[in-house]
Design a protein around this ligand. Structure first.
Ligand SMILES: *Cc1c(COP(=O)(O)O)cnc(C)c1O
Length: 419
């Protein structure tokens, strides 16, 4: 596995001038829909990135788990480079020689028999919604125009107008209506509430097995098995959005594996493109995904040969199980180290595999402030919901680097007045 080394780490306490957005980032003509930390990255290798001044940082966000295999993974870069020289785009009007093998490999990895390739995660979610509705009308026999899908409070499934229609996050939703109807939201983690919301028009339940953007919320162990039992009994599809939780992050190929559940549809994205190109997919069996006929859904770029070549290389990395094992091992270590900070500026730690949500005592600082101070110490992380920060470095991260990152967090908390 590739990765940086401890020698690259900035020495704690060394003061390095922090670049400014004005001097380095040139953001004058960028829309304001993000508020990035004041660092301008130029290159990356493994779990480490380097900014335009030559300073190195440990990447503890990994592009929201799109970089599970790290920056510049040699096998993924080689697959992309080789495909760049052959052909990159054909459109689905013709076959290409990369897509079929990618679908075979991904279906096998997921234990399903059909793959529908798209590009972004939101497109995979939209595809899942369309498939569930078409299945509802064509197979289940729901009255035309009446299909509903049950989702969970606190969900994050992407940014399209339909998806934000069932978000509870006012920043994500306000002023973007009118909203798409047909969604019912219930409390996350409460199987009884979910069952009570099911009626004859319910076609699917759409859930994140762990709610990532909500703060790495891990539901009770019995929740997803109960959802599986309830959906099966009521002839309702169970759609698992594993776009962030899947593909190794939680110490398994899918978080559903960790709780012994097989959904009807997996929604995949982020790490499926190896951090190189956007690759997403809906994976399921032909009795469900097969409802779509030619002309009913598609994408100009979905399934392009470059994406398929990279996706195949990603599946090959996952097929050995070594990344899942590494995420489990390093994750146990990370969570144990973080739990040692409980009561010392940290009020809660949650997680699965190499994916941790850390609630900072709001009396000390905001999550944003903690992330700024971490950045000054060479660790890049991202806050969510006020005082939560998350650690989700690439799975290739070295154990010693992970320990060092937790040491930096401890130092930041002490600096902020924790005991
Ligand atoms: C990131 C994410 C999405 C959306 O993916 P995009 O590629 O940003 O469109 C959907 N669902 C979950 C759970 C995600 O984390």
């Amino acid at each position: 596995m590739s990765g940086g080394s401890m020698a690259d780490a900035p020495v704690a306490g060394t003061s390095v001038p922090v670049q400014t957005a004005d001097s380095a980032a040139h953001t004058d003509h960028l829309a304001h829909n993000y508020h990035p930390l004041d660092v301008t990255i130029e290159s990356g290798n493994g779990a480490w990135v380097t900014d335009v001044t030559g300073r190195k940082y440990l990447d503890c966000l990994a592009a929201y788990s799109a970089l599970n295999f790290g920056h510049g993974h040699p096998a993924l870069v080689a697959a992309a480079k080789a495909q760049l020289d052959r052909i990159t785009l054909t459109s689905r009007a013709f076959h290409n020689d990369q897509l079929g093998p990618f679908a075979d490999a991904l279906a096998k990895l997921a234990g399903k028999d059909m793959v529908l390739p798209m590009n972004t995660g939101a497109e995979a979610v939209e595809t899942g919604i369309k498939v569930a509705r078409a299945w509802g009308y064509r197979v289940k026999g729901v009255e035309p125009g009446r299909a509903t899908i049950i989702v969970a409070d606190g969900n994050f499934h992407g940014r399209t107008t339909t998806i934000i229609s069932f978000s509870n996050d006012e920043d994500a939703r306000a002023d973007f209506g009118p909203y798409t109807p047909g969604f019912v939201s219930v409390p996350y983690g409460d199987a009884a509430a979910l069952e009570a919301a099911i009626d004859a028009n319910t076609v699917a339940v759409l859930l994140e097995p762990i709610q990532g953007e909500a703060g790495i919320l891990v539901p009770p162990a019995e929740y997803l098995p109960a959802v599986r039992e309830i959906t099966t009994r009521n002839n309702v599809l169970f759609i698992a959005d594993e776009i962030q939780s899947g593909l190794g992050r939680t110490g398994a190929t899918f978080q559903c594996d960790n709780v012994g559940v097989v959904p009807d549809l997996y929604l995949l994205g982020k790490a499926l493109g190896g951090g190189i190109v956007p690759v997403s997919a809906v994976v399921g069996n032909a009795d469900i995904l097969g409802v779509l006929q030619p002309g009913q859904h598609g994408s100009t770029f979905g399934g392009n040969p470059l994406a398929a070549a990279v996706g195949s290389a990603v599946v090959e990395l996952l097929a050995t199980g070594e990344y899942q094992e590494r995420a489990r091992m390093l994750g146990d270590r990370l969570l144990a180290d973080l739990r040692a900070l409980l009561g010392h500026g940290v009020i809660a730690v949650r997680g699965a595999g190499l994916w941790a949500g850390i609630d900072i005592d709001p009396a000390l600082a905001t999550g944003r402030r903690v992330c700024e101070l971490l950045m000054e110490r060479g660790v890049l992380a991202k806050d969510t919901h006020g005082s939560t920060i998350r650690f989700a470095p690439p799975i290739v991260v070295e154990a010693a680097d992970l320990d060092w990152a937790v040491d930096q967090l401890e130092a930041v908390l002490l600096e902020l007045g924790a005991h």
